[in-house]
Design a protein around this ligand. Structure first.
Ligand code: DXP
Ligand SMILES: NCC(=O)COP(=O)(O)O
Length: 240
């Protein structure tokens, strides 16, 4: 059974709606860990639409499980990661105009750049995960740049319009997971997972961690963070 990384971006989305101080994503991370989160994920975006640098610095001091910093492969973000030293970094694509992440990072098309960033971070003792689509070319490129992990982008699985499409996307993720593990990579997954679609992902052999945020924060807005996290752990085991 994979571990659960709780992404607290959208606690900060609520705060930034008024540019105020509440709700605090740092407090949300404490509650998530008390409820059984195995890790905390935060996406420090270039446009700072939700998580702020202050949040990441405080999370570094308060997270007791492990801190996964999601970030673009920019010099600015590399500098911040080297200073704060999260437990691991996940490199993700970013477009200012996107509502949310729209796909995996293209490693194959920018091997040299991503390789430099991976080397700089891993030389400083920060393991790197690459957020990619379940495509062999991207998996092979992730091996080439010597990343420790990949995180399979589950958006197309999550957004599938019918059961047939969902099964097809799950089969692609399953094959990608197997290919990655056979290539020596550790495998996480995330994006768009919910209480209703998480079970199949959680049962892919070799899946190490699921990073889940929006659905947990959505439920937490109604029933509280601790119950939302506990229920996600149950949903991953098919017990909800
Ligand atoms: C990479 C990914 O799928 C998410 O973790 C990412 O954080 C999405 O960005 P928003 O949280 O800004 O939607
Ligand atoms: N990398 C995926 C993540 O951290 C959370 O994505 P979502 O559950 O908010 O879509």
């Amino acid at each position: 059974m994979p571990t659960l990384g709780v992404n607290i971006d959208h606690i900060a989305t609520i705060r930034q709606a008024r540019r105020t101080v509440e709700p605090d994503p740092v407090a949300a991370a404490v509650l998530a860990e008390l409820a059984g989160a195995d890790g905390i994920t935060a996406h420090l975006r270039e446009d700072r639409r939700h998580i702020q640098e202050r949040d990441v610095r405080l999370l570094r001091q308060t997270v007791r499980t492990h801190l996964n910093l999601e970030m673009a492969a920019t010099d600015e973000m590399v500098g911040i990661a080297l200073d704060i030293k999260p437990d691991y970094v996940t490199l993700v694509p970013e477009k200012r105009e996107e509502v949310t992440t729209e796909g995996g990072l293209d490693i194959a098309g920018q091997i040299d750049r991503i390789g430099q960033v991976v080397d700089k971070l891993q030389s400083a003792g920060i393991p790197v995960s690459l957020f990619i689509d379940a495509e062999l070319a991207q998996i092979e490129a992730s091996v080439k740049v010597q990343a420790k992990f990949i995180e399979l982008h589950t958006g197309q699985y999550a957004e599938a319009k019918d059961e047939t499409s969902r099964e097809q996307e799950l089969a692609l993720l399953s094959k990608g997971c197997e290919q990655a593990i056979n290539a020596g990579l550790r495998v996480n997954a995330g994006h768009g997972l919910t209480y209703w679609n998480v079970y199949s992902l959680a049962n892919l052999p070799g899946m190490e961690e699921l990073n889940i945020g929006h659905t947990i924060v959505s439920r937490a807005a109604l029933v509280g963070m601790e119950r939302a996290v506990r229920e996600m752990k149950l949903a991953m085991r098919g017990q909800l």
